[in-house]
Ligand binder design. Structure first.
Ligand code: PLP
Length: 411
């Protein structure tokens, strides 16, 4: 099929031709990989078509801010992966979180959130929700008695948790949290960015809505800025409308990249998980390391829960603490060669970040310490490389640390 009327073109003058010339071919047979629809507006043949598209009778498109075919394809893929009725793509993970909270809390009601929230989420909650009058409370999401007591006391409209927390990888007991939320009239919203739907389908375990920062594992290559939320249509559609009103739907190219990322998600998560397990075991045997936080280790507080909820593993994230605090961290980071210092996560490459300077920079040191994030804590996002090269790089950095300590002692 050829689109763009060409009949009038031969008579047109060069300036007009420059604007209109060129035929768009839409092949009648389906492309085996998704075409990119980088169009911000669409044409209508006549007013009848305008009516049919606006009313939803025809599956036409109107305008980029309302979403495009690539966004819709990514959303349908994500909904299928999550086992959700509906999904809405967003400009960022934060837009997806905002849309979920704003629409669930419309008309009043409080928010009870896990206290180990991603920093951007707590900034949103404190600056935009608490200041707008929303009652906000935090709770240790691993302490089910405390969660139950807070739900009974405050009767919030939303319970918001992270499936795997940043950076200590605490595992949310979603079935129990879902029961508690339902029993107290609250909706459970789960940020499953660290987990992904191939390792954990949050909706199957009691969540009402699941949200993701798509630029992490779903995209997987460190080149996407987007978010998504998924759940039942009665919760997702108001959130989609909220995103459209704010101009925060997923952009076409980001959706195209995100879908490309999804194609290899299962393979990548398998390798991320296996590599993280190996790195955690290696770190647990190092004398320079005073703590390792990874659910595969028997000492992890939710070791058994994680085996039940995450039979395929928990992805690439882990945290560890170096003896020697900030000074040791500086030496260690400076000695790494393959592992890059990056303040994001979930990429194919192994990256490391220092929470006190990055994700927890604006949390005061006392509060950081009470969360278990000390001056020696590092967060590793284990990539999909040959794990022997990751271990070699970490080993060399530990060796460098000793050289540095010796040099300091000698001077
Ligand atoms: N949730 C988690 C767990 C994150 O780590 C991040 C970002 O790092 C976000 C949400 C926010 O996502 P975005 O940066 O795409 O807005």
């Amino acid at each position: 099929m050829w689109i763009t009327p060409e009949a009038h073109l031969p008579e047109s003058r060069p300036d007009t031709l420059a604007v209109h010339a060129g035929r768009l071919e839409i092949p009648v047979n389906t492309a085996s990989s998704p075409p990119l629809f980088q169009a911000s507006s669409y044409e209508f043949d006549d007013l009848d078509e305008v009516e049919r598209v606006y009313s939803g009778e025809s599956a036409g498109r109107i305008y980029g801010r309302y979403g495009g075919p690539n966004g819709a394809q990514f959303e349908s893929a994500l909904a299928e992966l999550e086992g959700a009725e509906s999904a809405a793509g967003a400009a960022a993970g934060m837009s997806a979180i905002d849309a979920a909270l704003a629409t669930l809390l419309a008309g009043g009601g409080g928010l009870l959130a896990g206290r180990e929230l991603y920093g951007g989420t707590s900034a949103l909650v404190e600056n935009d929700y608490r200041k707008a009058g929303v009652r906000v409370e935090y709770v240790d999401q691993s302490d089910l008695d405390a969660v139950e007591a807070a739900l009974e006391r405050s009767r919030p409209k939303v319970l918001y948790v992270e499936a795997l927390t940043n950076p200590l990888l605490h595992v949310a007991d979603l079935p129990a949290l879902g029961r508690l939320a339902r029993g107290n009239g609250a909706r459970l919203v789960v940020d499953a960015t660290f987990a992904t739907p191939v390792l954990l389908r949050a909706l199957d375990h009691g969540a009402d809505l699941v949200v993701h920062s798509v630029g992490k594992y779903l995209g997987g290559h460190g080149d996407v800025g987007a978010g998504v939320l998924a759940g039942s249509a009665d919760l997702v559609e108001p959130a989609r409308a909220y995103l459209v009103r704010r101009g925060a739907v997923i952009p076409h190219f980001e959706a195209w990249l995100a879908l490309r990322g999804l194609r290899t998600l299962a393979l990548r998560m398998e390798r991320h998980s296996a590599n993280a397990r190996a790195v955690a075991a290696f770190l647990a045997g190092r004398p320079e390391v005073v703590a390792v936080h990874h659910p595969s280790l028997p000492a992890h507080p939710q070791h058994e829960l994680s085996a039940r909820l995450y039979p395929r593993g928990t992805g690439g994230m882990l945290a560890f603490a170096l003896a020697g605090g900030r000074e040791a961290v500086a030496g260690f980071l400076g000695a790494l060669r393959t592992v890059a210092v990056v303040h994001s996560l979930g990429e194919v490459a192994t990256t490391i970040s220092y929470p006190p300077s990055a994700s927890h920079r604006y949390v005061d040191p006392g509060a950081r310490a009470s969360l278990g994030v000390g001056e020696g804590t590092l967060r590793l996002s284990t990539g999909i490389e040959d794990v022997r090269d990751i271990l070699d790089d970490l080993s060399a950095a530990f060796a460098g640390l000793h050289g540095r300590v010796r040099a300091t002692a000698e001077t």
